[in-house]
Structure formats: structure tokens, C-alpha cells
Design a protein around this ligand. Sequence first.
Ligand SMILES: [Zn+2]
Length: 76
Amino acid sequence: MPDTAQQDRLAKAREIANNPVAYKVCEGCDSIVTAEVVICPNCHGYRFDADPTRVVDQAVELGTREQRSVTAEDLS
Ligand SMILES: [Zn+2]
């Protein structure tokens, strides 16, 4: 169900935004991983940005990007 996936993603984004120090952003693929991850599970990169501001920005962007894609599908 798209609505459930959307809510899950928004809930996750909110959870990350509330506790950004527990996460970091992969420099290779911009995915958010937990702070203890050493190798990115998505792109196998090992460079991360742990800046909480960047983590929050990325979490918000992930949530809104999904929302835009759902809206675009609804309009087509
Ligand atoms: Zn990555």
C-alpha cells in the first residue's frame, strides 16, 4: 500500500530528524545509515558525513521526495 509506505518513510524521516547524532549520510549515495555503520550497505562506500544538520536536511529531503513522486503518479 503506497500510503503505508509513505507513512513509514515519513515516520522514519521524523525519527532521524529527532535524533540526528545517531545517523550519518553516505558521501557515495546520499543514503542515511546508523552511526555505527562502517561500510555503506547500498554502495559499499566508507566515507560518511556525520554533520547533524546534513543528516536532518537529507531526512527531510527523502520524505518530501517520496511525497512528490506519489503526487506525480496521482496526476498522470
Ligand atoms: Zn552509500
